[in-house]
Design a protein around this ligand. Structure first.
Ligand code: FDA
Length: 543
C-alpha cells in the first residue's frame, strides 16, 4: 500500500480548506490536487496517463463516454476539474487522499447510469473517479461465484458467465450498459428477482477503499459496513472496487413472450387482473408491463387516434410446455398461446428482453455504448394494494397530453423470494407486502427549457395523481431510481439526520437509521457525500 498521510493531517487540512475554499480559485485547487496526486503516486508517469484535465483533448470524450442522461451533459452543468481513470488500487487511494487534502469532492462513477447524474455532477469543485478501467471478472464455475470489478457492465458480466456455462446466470438489471459498481450498491432488480432476489442479495464479499484509504474485504470492513454497501446506495461509504457474487442456476431452456394489448383490447382489465397475479404466480415467472402511448388502429371511429399500449413482457425459467398451463390457470384472460412464445437460452433471453432486434447475438451485450442516450426524468413508487380500474382510467388521458409523448410507465412484479427476505436483511427494504414496483419516465431529445418544463410538469403531475394508490407513510421509492425531487441534503456543510430523513426514509424506511450509524463510524466527517448521501450523525462541520 502506498504511504498515506496520516488521517488526522488529512482531515485537519481538509477542514482548513473548507473554510478558505471560497477564497481560492478552482485552478489552485486543481494544481494542488494534481501535485499531490503525482507526489503520492509511486509511479507518477503511470498515473499521469490516467488523469484528464480540461486542457486535455480527451477530457470531453472521457467525461461524456458513460453519461446516460444527457440532461446532465449540457454546457451549463458544472464539470469536474479533473477526471481520474485509475488502473490500480493505489491510484484510487491517492485520489481519495489528495481530494481530502485539497478540499475537493469526489464523484465515483462506474457505469454512469445514475438517473440524476450524481456520479459526474456536483455544485462544488470536484473530481471524478471513473472506474471504467476496473473491468476484471474472475469466475469460479465450480463454486458458482465470481469476483467482479466495479467498472464491469451487466452485459459484460452476463456474457462472460454464459461463455462458461449455459446453466449459470446472475440476478440483476435488464439494461446491459449499467455498471455493477452503482447497480449493486443500490440493490439491483431484474427478470429473475422473484426467484433469486436482488443483485445485492447475492453478494458474499466485497473490496472497498474507505475514507482513510484502506483496502478492506468483508472481514476487514466488518458486518455493519458490509451490510450498508449492499443496497444502501453508492458513494456514501467509500469506493467499491469489486464484488464477490453468487451465480445462480438457470435452466438450459427458458421461454419469453411479449404480448401487446391496447385499451381497445381490454388492456385496463388485463392490467387490473395482472396486479393479483404477477406477484403470486410461480416464482419462475416474471411478467412485467410497459405502458406507453401508441397509435390506435381504430382510426376514423372517433376523433381520437391514439391509445395506450400495454406490453406484457415475460421471462419464464423453463420450457413453454410448463408455461402455458401455468398461464391458463393463473391468467387465462391474457389468452397466451404457444405461438406467442419463444424458447431460448438464458443469455439469449437477456438479449431479447433488453429489446435488441430478433436474432441479435449475445456479443451485442459487450457494447458499452449501446443504450440509446436521451434526456429524461424518472420517478418510482411501490404498490401494495391493487389499483382499481378507475385509477388506471385516470392515467390514460395523461398520455395524450404534450408531456406524455414518449412517456412510459413500468410495472414490475415482486413477490416470490422477495417476500421471504426480511426488510432489514440489507438496506433495501421493499419486501413482503409490495405487489410491484412502478416507475414513470419522460423523455425528450433536445435541450430546450420549455420542453423540459412541460415534461417535468407532466411527470410530477402523474406522480401526484398516483399518491392515493401507492405505498404511504412513507411513500417509498427505489434508490437506484434516484429522484432529487423527494428531498436533498444541504449543498454545503452539515445536513441533520432529520433533514436527510425526508428522502432517506423513502428509500430505506427504518434501515436509514442504521445506515447513518454505519456512516458515522466509517466516514464521520462526511467526506463521501452528495445530494442524497447518508448523513453522519457526528459531523457538524462537513468538509
Ligand atoms: P453510476 O456510475 O452513475 O453510479 C450510480 C451511483 O453509485 C452514484 O451515486 C455513484 O457515485 C455511485 N457509485 C458508482 N460506482 C461506485 C463505486 N464503485 N463505489 C461507490 N459508489 C459508486 N436498475 C435496476 O435495478 N434494474 C434495472 O433493470 C435498471 N435498468 C436501468 C436502465 C437504464 C437505461 C438506466 C439509466 C438505469 C437503470 N437502472 C436499473 C438503474 C441503475 O441500477 C442505477 O442507475 C445504478 O445506480 C447505475 O449504476 P452505474 O454504476 O451504472 O451508475
Amino acid at each position: 500500500m502506498l504511504p498515506l498521510c496520516s488521517y488526522l493531517t488529512i482531515v485537519l487540512t481538509a477542514i482548513l480548506f473548507s473554510f478558505t475554499s471560497s477564497a481560492i480559485d478552482t485552478s489552485t485547487h486543481e494544481d494542488n490536487f494534481l501535485q499531490c496526486l503525482y507526489t503520492y503516486s509511486h509511479n507518477s508517469t503511470s498515473i499521469s496517463k490516467l488523469v484528464y484535465t480540461k486542457n486535455n483533448s480527451s477530457y470531453s470524450s472521457i467525461l461524456q463516454f458513460t453519461i446516460q442522461n444527457l440532461r446532465f451533459a449540457s454546457n451549463t452543468i458544472p464539470k469536474p476539474l479533473v477526471i481520474i481513470t485509475p488502473k490500480e488500487i493505489s491510484h484510487i487511494q491517492t485520489t481519495i487522499t489528495c481530494s481530502q487534502n485539497h478540499g475537493l469532492q469526489v464523484r465515483i462513477r462506474s457505469g454512469g447510469h445514475d438517473f440524476e447524474g450524481r456520479s459526474y455532477v456536483s455544485d462544488v469543485p470536484f473530481v471524478i473517479l471513473d472506474l471504467t478501467n476496473f473491468r476484471e471478472i474472475e469466475l469460479d464455475v465450480e463454486k458458482k461465484t465470481a469476483w467482479v470489478q466495479s467498472g464491469v457492465t451487466l452485459g459484460e458480466l452476463y456474457y462472460k458467465i454464459s461463455r462458461k456455462s449455459r446453466n449459470l446466470g446472475f440476478s440483476a438489471g435488464v439494461c446491459p450498459t449499467i455498471g455493477v459498481g452503482g447497480h449493486i450498491s443500490g440493490g439491483g432488480y431484474g427478470n429473475m428477482v422473484r426467484k433469486f432476489g436482488l443483485a445485492a442479495d447475492n453478494v458474499i464479499d466485497a473490496h472497498i477503499i474507505d475514507v482513510k484509504g484502506r483496502f478492506l474485504d468483508r472481514q476487514a470492513m466488518g458486518e455493519d459496513l458490509f451490510w450498508a454497501i449492499r443496497g444502501g446506495g453508492g458513494a456514501s461509504f467509500g469506493v467499491i472496487v469489486s464484488w464477490k457474487i453468487k451465480l445462480v442456476h438457470v435452466p438450459s431452456i427458458v421461454t419469453v413472450f411479449t404480448l401487446p394489448k391496447t385499451l381497445e383490447q381490454n388492456a385496463t382489465k388485463l392490467i387490473h387482473k395482472w396486479q393479483y397475479v404477477a406477484s403470486k404466480i410461480d416464482e419462475n415467472i416474471v411478467i412485467n408491463v410497459i405502458l406507453q402511448r401508441a397509435n390506435s388502429s381504430k382510426k376514423g371511429e372517433s376523433k381520437k387516434n391514439s391509445t395506450v399500449l400495454a406490453l406484457f413482457q415475460t421471462l419464464f425459467l423453463g420450457g413453454v410446455d410448463k408455461l402455458i398451463p401455468l398461464m391458463q390457470q393463473n391468467f387465462p384472460e391474457l389468452g397466451l398461446v404457444k405461438e406467442d412464445c419463444t424458447q431460448m437460452s438464458w443469455i439469449e433471453s437477456v438479449v431479447y428482453l433488453y429489446g435488441f432486434p430478433k436474432g441479435e447475438s449475445p456479443e451485442a451485450l459487450l457494447n458499452r455504448t449501446l443504450a440509446g442516450k436521451d434526456i429524461y426524468k424518472v420517478k418510482s413508487d411501490f404498490v401494495k394494494i391493487p389499483i382499481p380500474e378507475i385509477g388506471f382510467e385516470g392515467i390514460w388521458p395523461m398520455f395524450d397530453e404534450d408531456g406524455g409523448k414518449d412517456a412510459m410507465m413500468y410495472l414490475f412484479p415482486y413477490g416470490g423470494i422477495m417476500d421471504n427476505i426480511s426488510e432489514s436483511e440489507i438496506p433495501f427494504p421493499h419486501r413482503y407486502g409490495n405487489l410491484y414496483q412502478t416507475h414513470y419516465s419522460v423523455h425528450w431529445h433536445q435541450e430546450n427549457d420549455e420542453v423540459e418544463k412541460v415534461k417535468l410538469n407532466w411527470i410530477r403531475k402523474l406522480y401526484s395523481y398516483m399518491e392515493p394508490f401507492v405505498s404511504m407513510s412513507p411513500r417509498t421509492a427505489y434508490i437506484n431510481y434516484r429522484d432529487l425531487d423527494i428531498g436533498v441534503n444541504n449543498k454545503n456543510g452539515y445536513t441533520s439526520y432529520k433533514k436527510a430523513s425526508v428522502w432517506g426514509v423513502k428509500y430505506f424506511k427504518n434501515n436509514f437509521k442504521r445506515l447513518a450509524k454505519v456512516k458515522s463510524i466509517v466516514d464521520p466527517l462526511n467526506f463521501f457525500r452528495n445530494e442524497q448521501s447518508v448523513p453522519s450523525l457526528v459531523s457538524k462541520g462537513g468538509i
